[in-house]
Design a protein around this ligand. Structure first.
Ligand SMILES: Cc1cc2nc3c(=O)[nH]c(=O)nc-3n(C[C@H](O)[C@H](O)[C@H](O)COP(=O)(O)OP(=O)(O)OC[C@H]3O[C@@H](n4cnc5c(N)ncnc54)[C@H](O)[C@@H]3O)c2cc1C
Length: 431
């Protein structure tokens, strides 16, 4: 029996976003069912293979002023740090156009950074609390995060974006070569300058963290249903439940948190939203003769280097492509060879290596969609977290809980509204 305070809420997707939302809703007394065809923490989800950074500095969108000049390179160099899969170009053109425009409008990068800062400024603290509540404190480490440059001049060449981070209140410490060595003794001496984000944190097992959240939810009373959601049951013009491969699931509210698979559900609820895959890769080496106590982002490679429970992971690359295109493993080789150059102790060794490809669920402006669906207010969008889904999941959950409770939001959620794309669609009449 549902009442104003306690509702049956179905969450579509058991990635980091869906499970953070579920944890929050359960703690507020709701009945929660999470539906996912795959086991939580599995390699099908972006939440499994990411770079593990929980960084208040990740406020900048991928799109930047003048990026359009790199379009030929993006199309012609399939292993460049940012590329578009040529054969997918026709279908991706509208998204790509919106993506290039997002960074090119004057002042927009700073505006987007200010918006993402709403989700990221306290992300390390929120994850530390979540991990403590769910018995996983050993997985979240508040060691800081190190951005490494060849020299101070390389940092100065990017100083406008670091200025934006400073304006967001990100705490940064300049690191001389000696300080860099002290923080990351195994990093190549080719790197002579660094910025330490002292408030940054990381997760030593992103997939394990998700699986642990699922276990916690199950013992705390949520239901995890292994099933594929096929669509929303909107008979009579309002949400009745979810249509699943294994049978219908009646519910009062639904949260769309299916990562890259979210768009068709959003369309059913009245919002045709521009979601595309920025595919990324990782390599993970099991037998490494050192560990990184502080994760490193070598700025020339734009990849996260982090010691996880599985070994040394390098995660990065942006490949704008259809989600189910075959992986281009040459991209994993790019990550591996950069890793070998960055850590001389890896040279000349054979490695026990794992490779992975996954889809960042990305909106063209780099911001997630968090808000009520335009045509079905019982449906809440919580997807499109792009490069920052791990870090921003707890803040997303807080906003979703406020929306479901009908409370004034503790965080401004207007910048994440689906309405910013002006893509409402007329719903079919009652069926
Ligand atoms: C290489 C790489 C590096 C990254 N590095 C970082 C980083 O350092 N820090 C950071 O914050 N973020 C990072 N990200 C981004 C982050 O991983 C994602 O934004 C985040 O994992 C998205 O979480 P999600 O829960 O929305 O989606 P996912 O983790 O993809 O989960 C979606 C879930 O929905 C399920 N699903 C799909 N279809 C259905 C259906 N029909 N019915 C029910 N369920 C369904 C899937 O099985 C899946 O479990 C990185 C991403 C990549 C690829």
């Amino acid at each position: 029996m549902s009442n104003f305070h306690s509702r049956h809420i179905a969450v579509i997707g058991a990635g980091i976003v869906g499970l953070c939302v579920a944890e929050r809703l359960l703690s507020e007394g709701h009945r929660v069912t999470v539906v996912d065809p795959a086991a939580p923490g599995g390699a099908q989800a972006a939440s499994y293979g990411n770079g593990a950074f929980i960084s208040p500095a990740s406020v900048l969108p991928m799109s930047a002023p003048g990026l359009w000049r790199q379009v030929p390179k993006m199309l012609l160099d399939p292993t460049g740090a940012l590329s578009v899969r040529l054969r997918d170009l026709p279908g991706l053109l509208p998204w790509l156009w919106a993506f290039l425009r997002a960074g090119n409008r004057p002042g927009n990068v700073a505006r987007i950074a200010g918006d993402l800062n709403l989700l990221l400024r306290d992300a390390p603290a929120r994850h530390a609390e979540l991990a403590a509540r769910t018995g996983q404190s050993d997985l979240i480490r508040q060691t800081g995060l190190l951005y490494a440059f060849r020299d101070r001049a390389a940092w100065q060449a990017e100083c406008s974006v670091w200025q934006i981070r400073a304006e967001c209140g990100v705490v940064m410490e300049d690191c001389t070569a000696a300080r860099l060595r002290a923080l990351a003794p195994d990093l190549s001496s080719d790197y002579g300058f660094g910025i330490l984000i002292s408030e940054g944190a990381h997760c030593v097992d992103p997939g394990g963290y998700v699986a642990g959240l699922a276990r916690y939810l199950t013992v705390s009373g949520a239901e995890l249903r292994q099933d594929r959601v096929l669509g929303l049951d909107l008979s009579g013009g309002q949400l009745r439940g979810l249509r699943c491969a294994g049978g219908d699931l009646p519910c009062d509210r639904a949260v769309i948190a299916a990562g890259i698979a979210s768009a068709p559900f959003a369309t059913e609820a009245g919002d045709r939203l521009p979601l595309a895959a920025e595919r990324g890769y990782h390599v993970e080496i099991a037998d490494v003769p050192f560990r990184l106590d502080v994760p490193v982002m070598p700025q020339d490679g734009k990849m996260a280097n982090v010691t996880t429970r599985g070994g040394l992971r390098a995660a990065g690359q942006v490949e704008i492509a259809v989600p189910d295109a075959p992986p281009n493993w040459a991209r994993a080789e790019v990550l591996l060879s950069h890793l070998k150059r960055s850590y001389p102790a890896l040279a000349g060794r054979s490695h026990d290596l794992k490779r992975w490809m996954g889809c960042r669920p990305s909106m063209p402006d780099g911001k997630p969609v968090i808000g009520r669906a335009s045509a079905v207010p019982e449906v809440i969008h919580a997807f499109g977290h792009g490069h920052v889904g791990l870090a921003s999941a707890p803040a997303t959950a807080e906003i979703v809980a406020d929306l479901i409770a009908g409370r004034p939001p503790r965080r401004d959620s207007a910048p994440f509204s689906p309405a910013r794309f002006g893509c409402g669609v007329a719903l079919r009449g009652p069926t």
